[in-house]
Write a protein that binds this ligand. Structure first.
Ligand code: FAD
Length: 611
C-alpha cells in the first residue's frame, strides 16, 4: 500500500480527522462566517486543479439545465461590483475597478474553487519537514517586457519587480548539475524502458539554462528502441526539413500552411513506423493543444516538432525566467494582497513568497474587497430591463445551499462558455457565440521527491515521455526568492513537474479530441494517477536509485478540464464578449488567449465597459 501523502482529499472526500466537508464554522449564516483559521488550500495534495466539489454545480447547470437549487437566502449584501471568477482576470478586474472608482468601492469576488487564482494555483509539498513550493497551473509571465503599459502598471502596483527574476532564476543550475533534455521510452509502448540523451524535439528549449542534447542525430536514432527500419526512418526525419519538399521556393510558405505535417512525414519522408509516428504526435506536447497530426507543416515547424531544427522559443529581451516559485499564483497572491491588505504580511510580491495567507480574512464584512471561495455562481440576472437596470442579482451555491447577493455591475471573469447557462436574457446571437467557445484539457502533476538523485544520475532536466500519460517530466524552475531557496543538491527534497496534454482519438477533429480527453480525465480517480506515476517514474529511473514508496512523499494532480482557451470559430469570441446591460465579460477566453497578461487586459476592458 502506498504511503503517498494525499492526506486531505481522497477523490473529493475531506478525510482529515474532525474536519467537515466544508470548512466554514457551523452557523445559521454559514456563508458569512469566517473560514477556519487552519484553512490553507495550497497545502492540500491529491486531486487538485479543478478539484472534486468545484465543478458539479456548474456542470449540473450546463448539462442538465438544473434551475431548482432549493430555497435561496437573500443575504441582503449589496456591492458596487461582483466578479464571477477569482482567477487572474477576475482579480485584475477587481483591482482596476477600485483603482478607477476608489478603494472604498465594495467588491465581491465569487469563485467555485477552494482557493483563489483560478489556473494560477499554488501547490505546497511538505517533504521531510521542508515546505517545497510549486505551481499547479499558470506557470510564468510570458514575455512580460512586451506587456501593455496597463499590465506593467498593475504589476508595479502589486509589487512585482520583473528585474528581480534576472538573479532569482538560477540560469546556471542545469549546467552545474549537468541536466539536459532526454527522452524516456517506456516498455509498454516501445518494448523496453530506456532513457536516451536526446529530446528529439524542440519542446524542452523553453526551459532557460537547460543543457542541449548530448548525442548527435545519428547516435540518437541508433539508440532509440525501434526496429532497424524505425531507426532509419527516425534519422530521416531528424535530418529532414523543408528542403525535402519538392515545391518551388515561392510556393513553399503557402504549401507548408496548407499541408499536414503527418502527410509530410508519411509521403515525403516515407515514415510508417508506429513508434516514430507516436514520437512525432507527442513532440509538440501542449504547444498546439492537440497532437501534431492535426498541425500543418508550418505549425509543426514553428513549435519544433520531431524533425524540425530547434527554434528560439522567446526573444532575447524576454528569457523565460519570470517565474515565482508558485508560478503565476505569485501574481494572484500579490493581487489579493493589494485588494485585501491585511490578508498577509509583505510589501512586495517577493516578500509574499513565503507568507502564509490568512484565508479567514478573505471574506470579512469589514473588507471593501471580499473573496468568497467554494461558491459556484448559477444565475446572474438584471432586476429591470438590462439597459436601465442598476441592480443585478447573483445567485450562487455554497455548501449545497443557494444564496443571493446584489450588485450595481457584474464582471463575468469565469470560463466564457458557461456564461449563457448563467446569465439570464442574453441576446440569442451572443449566447450562441459564447457556447461556441472552447478550452483544451491540461494536467500539471506535481510530485514531492525526498531527493532527486535519480534525476541527476540520468542528467534529466526535462524527460520527454512519448509513451506515457505525462508526456514530459521536468525539474521545477530553479528560482530562489523572498527567503525561499530552490533545492541545492540532489540529496535534498524537491518537486518535479509532470505535464500531460491529453489527446483524443488520433486524427479526430480537435474539439472532439478535447471533449473525449476531458471526460477521460475527469473519469479517473487518484489511484489511477498514482498508478500511472508509479509506473512512469519506476520505469524511467534506475532501480537502485529510486524506489517509489520510499522516495515519493506526495502527489498533487492538478487537472484542468478547461485549460487553455481555444476560442471559437470566426468572429464568435468578439461577439460573445459584448457587454450586456450592467454585465460585462472578462477572462482569457474573451480574447481566445492563454496568457496571464491577456487575462489582466480582459479584466481591464470589462471594467471600462461597465463605465
Ligand atoms: C496548466 C496551465 C498552464 C498555464 N501556463 C501559463 C503560463 O505559463 N503563462 C501564462 O501566461 N498563462 C498560462 N496559462 C493560461 C492561464 O489560463 C492564464 O495565465 C490565466 O491564469 C487565466 O486567468 P483567467 O482569470 O482568465 O482564467 P481562470 O484562471 O480560469 O479563472 C477563472 C475562474 O473562474 C472560475 N469559475 C468558472 N465558472 C464559475 C462559476 N460559475 N462561478 C464561480 N466561479 C467560476 C473558474 O473555476 C476559475 O477559478 C496556463 C493555463 C493552464 C491551464
Amino acid at each position: 500500500m502506498s504511503k503517498i501523502a494525499r492526506r486531505d482529499f481522497i477523490n473529493g472526500t475531506l478525510v482529515a480527522a474532525g474536519a467537515s466537508m466544508f470548512p466554514f464554522k457551523s452557523s445559521s449564516q454559514a456563508v458569512i462566517a469566517a473560514l477556519e483559521p487552519s484553512y490553507y488550500p495550497p497545502a492540500l495534495t491529491g486531486l487538485r486543479g479543478s478539484h472534486p466539489g468545484s465543478n458539479e454545480h456548474a456542470h449540473n447547470r450546463a448539462w442538465t439545465r438544473q434551475t431548482d437549487w432549493g430555497s435561496t437566502t437573500d443575504l441582503k449584501e449589496e456591492y458596487d461590483l461582483v466578479v464571477v471568477g477569482g482567477g487572474i482576470s477576475g482579480l485584475s478586474a477587481a483591482y482596476f475597478y477600485q483603482q478607477q472608482h476608489g478603494r472604498d468601492k465594495k467588491v465581491l469576488i465569487l469563485d467555485n474553487h477552494d482557493d483563489f487564482g483560478g489556473h494560477a494555483k499554488r501547490n505546497e509539498h511538505t517533504i521531510n519537514g521542508f515546505t517545497r513550493i510549486s505551481y499547479g497551473g499558470s506557470q510564468s509571465l510570458v514575455q512580460p517586457n512586451h506587456a501593455h503599459e496597463i499590465v506593467r502598471k498593475l504589476l508595479e502596483d502589486i509589487g512585482v519587480n520583473l528585474d528581480r527574476f534576472k538573479t532569482a532564476y538560477d540560469t546556471d543550475f542545469f549546467k552545474r548539475h549537468n541536466l539536459g533534455a532526454v527522452t524516456y521510452f517506456n516498455k509498454k509502448v516501445f518494448g523496453e524502458d530506456k532513457v536516451v540523451q536526446h529530446p528529439y524535439c524542440n519542446y524542452p528549449n523553453y526551459v532557460e539554462g537547460l543543457q542541449g542534447a548530448k548525442l548527435s542525430s545519428e547516435e540518437a536514432a541508433q539508440q532509440a528502441p525501434l526496429s532497424d527500419s524505425g531507426k532509419e526512418q527516425l534519422l530521416r526525419v531528424l535530418n529532414g526539413g523543408l528542403h525535402k519538399l519538392k515545391v518551388p521556393k515561392e510556393e513553399l510558405l503557402n504549401y507548408t500552411r496548407t499541408h499536414l505535417y503527418f502527410d509530410y512525414l508519411k509521403d515525403t519522408l516515407g515514415v510508417n513506423d508506429p513508434g516514430v509516428l507516436r514520437m512525432a504526435r507527442h513532440s509538440g506536447l501542449d504547444w498546439g493543444s492537440t497532437g501534431t497530426e492535426l498541425m500543418s507543416i508550418a505549425a509543426a515547424r514553428s513549435c519544433g516538432a520531431l524533425g524540425f531544427a530547434p527554434v528560439a522559443v522567446y526573444d532575447e529581451d524576454n528569457p523565460y525566467i519570470h517565474h515565482f516559485p508558485d508560478g503565476n499564483a505569485g501574481v494572484a497572491r500579490a493581487l489579493v494582497k493589494w485588494l485585501i491588505p491585511g490578508v498577509a504580511r509583505g510589501n512586495s510580491a517577493e516578500e509574499l513568497v513565503l507568507a502564509k495567507f490568512n484565508y479567514a480574512g478573505l471574506d470579512k464584512s469589514s473588507n471593501t474587497a471580499r473573496i468568497r471561495l467554494n461558491s459556484t455562481v448559477v444565475k446572474v440576472e438584471h432586476i429591470d430591463e438590462p439597459r436601465n437596470s442598476s441592480d443585478v442579482s447573483i445567485n450562487y451555491i455554497n455548501d449545497n445551499k443557494s444564496y443571493q447577493v446584489h450588485a450595481k455591475g457584474v464582471v463575468m471573469a469565469c470560463y466564457n462558455m458557461i456564461i449563457p447557462h448563467i446569465v439570464s436574457g442574453l441576446p440569442e446571437e451572443q449566447s450562441a457565440a459564447l457556447k461556441l467557445q472552447d478550452k483544451s484539457p491540461l494536467q500539471y502533476t506535481t510530485v514531492g521527491l525526498r531527493n532527486w538523485r535519480a534525476m541527476k544520475a540520468l542528467g534529466i532536466g526535462v524527460a520527454m515521455s512519448p509513451g506515457n500519460m505525462h508526456q514530459t517530466v521536468l525539474m521545477d524552475f530553479p528560482v530562489s526568492m523572498g527567503g525561499y531557496e530552490y533545492t541545492k543538491t540532489s540529496d535534498d527534497p524537491c518537486v518535479i513537474q509532470m505535464i500531460s496534454c491529453p489527446y483524443g482519438k488520433f486524427g479526430e477533429p480537435r474539439r472532439e479530441q478535447f471533449r473525449e480527453a476531458r471526460y477521460r480525465m475527469l473519469g479517473l480517480q487518484f489511484n489511477d494517477y498514482e498508478q500511472e506515476i508509479r509506473s512512469h517514474l519506476s520505469g524511467m529511473f534506475p532501480r537502485g536509485l529510486f524506489d517509489f514508496d520510499r522516495d515519493v512523499a506526495s502527489i498533487s494532480v492538478n487537472r484542468w478540464a478547461h485549460g487553455y482557451s481555444d476560442g471559437g470559430p470566426g468572429d464568435s469570441t468578439r461577439i460573445g464578449r459584448q457587454p450586456f446591460g450592467r454585465i460585462t465579460i472578462a477572462n482569457c477566453d474573451s480574447a481566445a488567449s492563454s496568457d496571464a497578461k491577456t487575462a489582466m487586459m480582459m479584466g481591464h476592458r470589462a471594467v471600462n465597459e461597465l463605465g
